[in-house]
Ligand binder design. Structure first.
Ligand code: ASP
Ligand code: MG
Length: 421
């Protein structure tokens, strides 16, 4: 008997009708002879609506109360799914994150899972019940307060639970059929992928693909939990994410896909002294403010005055905060200036095949050249090439790379409701 964890995103639970459809799938999976644990996101746009409500009563709500509020979203969908499953005659029991043993750090709004102790969930499963667990939430042992895992955190709940219960697979349901070679809303001939390895999915998620939350893929890789991305609107088998990069035979390694990211901006510090420790000051200050930086570029220093420029990208959501902080350091450090550009975008090409194919960078840059797109910054990993370009050029850059590397399929991609959540 297999144990299957199924996670349903908000778009799969947006109405009573959709919840009944989910319950049908859950019960069918159970009746096919599997043990089933279900993880629910909040219905539709509930989380956004709750955030909006909170802002109307307090522009700066206490983080603990915010988590009390947001965790209610998943409790609602969770109990409704349990009721719908019960209506189909199956034995069922729902659990909050805390009841399911999801233990987290105490950081409200962005807690990390420390461990999962799913004793009660396991017991329910052993009794032949379908267990339904509220996603996106946990509890801290010291404060005893409920926490949330950051936006999209139900993916992480599902994978962590699957790991703790040694599930055979963790299925992630949304309103798209799987992982595509590019965002089908940007690249019309994007093709659905049958399978990719954890590292490829990690690179795609880190490069702006929104199909899975990065942390959930990190977890899946660490615990070797196969994930299947599927649609709750169809019976397509979806995309399997499993296996390690080093286990892919060279002849099977291909280029997987293109991802775009509009969420980052770029800061340049001009005229920073080119001596040991100057960069460290900048990045320590950013780290202390919990600002995640992504790409970093430092120029060679100018001969006249031994100063250099440092450029880095960061989430535009943190842009103002970073500018304020660096602005306060500028005079004391003797920097010439600080420049900020939030009209940039990141386009990335990912694939295990890059390891063994020389010339991918040449083709990548030529594709952008032929599309008349200027490259602002570049960086690479073993299986990824990323360029920062003007935000207005981003979609065209994705299409140019997708075409150049022949990633497309013959048919236009089917996107049901189209959010991928
Ligand atoms: N409901 C939460 C959110 O919208 C968590 C999730 O959907 O996974 O971010
Ligand atoms: Mg949601």
């Amino acid at each position: 008997m297999a144990l299957i964890v199924q996670k349903y995103g908000g778009s799969s639970l947006e109405s009573a009708e959709r919840i009944r459809a989910v319950a049908e799938r859950v019960v069918a999976t159970k009746q096919a002879g599997n043990d089933v644990v279900v993880v629910c996101s909040a219905m539709g746009d509930t989380t956004d609506e709750l955030l909006d409500l909170a802002a109307q009563v307090n522009p700066n709500p206490p983080a603990r109360e915010m988590d009390m509020l947001l965790t209610a979203g998943e409790r609602i969908s969770n109990s409704l799914v349990a009721m719908a499953v019960a209506a189909q005659g199956a034995d069922v029991q729902s659990f909050t994150g805390s009841q399911a043993g999801v233990i987290t750090t105490e950081r409200h709004g962005n807690a990390r899972i420390i461990e999962v102790t799913p004793g009660r969930v396991q017991e329910a499963v052993d009794q032949g019940k379908v267990a339904i667990v509220a996603g996106f939430q946990g509890v801290n042992r010291d404060t005893k307060d409920v926490t949330t895992l950051g936006r999209g955190g139900s993916d992480t709940t599902a994978v962590a639970l699957a790991a703790a219960m040694k599930a055979d697979v963790c299925e992630i349901y949304s309103d798209v059929d799987g992982v595509y070679t590019a965002d089908p809303r940007i690249v019309s001939d994007a093709r659905q992928l049958e399978q990719l390895c954890f590292e490829e999915m990690l690179e795609l998620a880190a490069s702006g693909s929104k199909i899975l939350v990065l942390r959930s893929v990190e977890y899946a890789r660490a615990w070797n939990v196969p994930m299947r991305v599927r649609s709750s609107y169809s019976n397509d088998p979806g995309t399997l994410i499993a296996g390690a990069l080093e286990d892919i035979p060279v002849e099977e390694a291909v280029l997987t896909g293109v991802a775009t990211d509009e969420s980052e901006g770029k800061i340049t510090i001009l005229g920073i002294k080119d001596v040991p420790g100057e960069a460290a000051k900048v990045f320590r200050a950013l780290a202390d403010a919990e600002i995640n930086i992504d790409m970093v570029l430092q120029n060679i220093s100018s001969i006249e005055d031994n100063t250099t420029d440092i450029t880095f990208t960061l989430p535009t959501a943190d842009g103002d905060r970073a500018l304020e902080m660096l602005g306060a350091m500028k005079d004391a450090e003797g920097w010439d200036d600080i420049a900020y550009n939030d009209q940039v975008g990141k386009v990335s090409l990912v694939g295990a095949g890059m390891k063994s194919h020389p010339g991918v960078t040449a083709d990548f840059t030529e594709a952008l050249r032929d599309a008349g797109i200027n490259i602002d910054m570049m960086n690479t990993s073993e299986i990824r090439i990323t360029a920062v370009v003007r935000q207005d050029d981003l979609a065209e850059a994705a299409r140019a790379l997708h075409t150049k590397f022949e990633l497309g399929g013959d048919e236009p991609a089917i996107v049901y409701a189209g959010t991928g959540r």
